[in-house]
Design a binder for this molecule. Structure first.
Ligand SMILES: *Cc1c(COP(=O)(O)O)cnc(C)c1O
Length: 221
């Protein structure tokens, strides 16, 4: 007998219900929060039922893996890059993704601006903030976020849509989400990508406009 397959369509319904409940409890409309289904490293048999259930927004953390998975079935989907981007992959990333959530350094901002001009199309862009100031993690540190957002807009002519963060695993996420919301507000940004499988309801309470959920949707990687 084979082991029962992970029921990712049922998992998606449950995650959407939990998002709705968290939104409702904080006086927000469920439709204000986008579920980004993080399909990285997942087998296709777990992804297909979610796609069939009309999930249209997917997150990937590697350009190459995302191309292999999605290039041939790109139609009607919104793809978001949520992993670090090397400048030598910027062109491919602009070609494939609707949203790049990990803009985090001047060199990348400059190369994205150049490649966007060449491509004649721009993905929506988020600046990643390293709210926990973890050395191993990507993102600008909070004290440099304002000047980096200003440089993206001014020096590089980029349109920044929002901010993204990944709180430290060992800490309560709430204060990190609150900090991201505060930085966004003072920079006139209304979109917040925050919250993963373990903490997306908390993120919704702190104002997330999109949550990036992988294992709670598709099973453990
Ligand atoms: C993998 C990943 C996620 C999803 O993590 P889960 O804990 O499986 O929900 C979210 N955001 C980023 C940036 C990721 O790399």
């Amino acid at each position: 007998m084979t082991a029962p397959r992970f029921d990712s369509a049922a998992a998606r319904r449950s995650v959407l219900d939990r998002i709705s409940a968290a939104a409702g409890a904080s006086g927000r409309a469920p439709g204000d929060v986008t579920l980004v289904a993080v399909s990285k490293q997942q087998p296709w048999e777990h992804i297909a039922p979610v796609l069939a259930a009309c999930q249209t927004v997917f997150g990937e953390n590697r350009v190459q893996e995302a191309m292999e998975r999605w290039a041939e079935r790109r139609e009607g989907l919104e793809l978001r890059l949520i992993g670090p981007l090397q400048t030598n992959k910027a062109r491919e990333a602009i070609a494939l993704f609707d949203v790049i959530e990990t803009v985090d350094r001047p060199k990348l901002a400059r190369v994205l601006a150049e490649e966007i001009a060449k491509a004649g199309k721009a993905p929506r862009l988020y600046v990643q903030v390293n709210t926990g100031e973890e050395p191993q993690k990507a993102g600008v540190i909070p004290t440099e976020a304002d000047s980096f957002v200003a440089a993206c807009r001014g020096e590089y002519g980029l349109i920044v849509e929002g901010l993204m963060c990944i709180p430290p695993e060992a800490e309560p996420a709430g204060p990190h989400f609150a900090l991201l919301a505060k930085i966004a507000a003072r920079n006139g940004l209304t979109k917040l990508s925050m919250g993963m499988s373990a903490d997306f309801e908390t993120a919704v309470r702190f104002g997330a406009t999109s949550v990036r959920v992988g294992s709670a949707l598709f099973g453990a990687r």
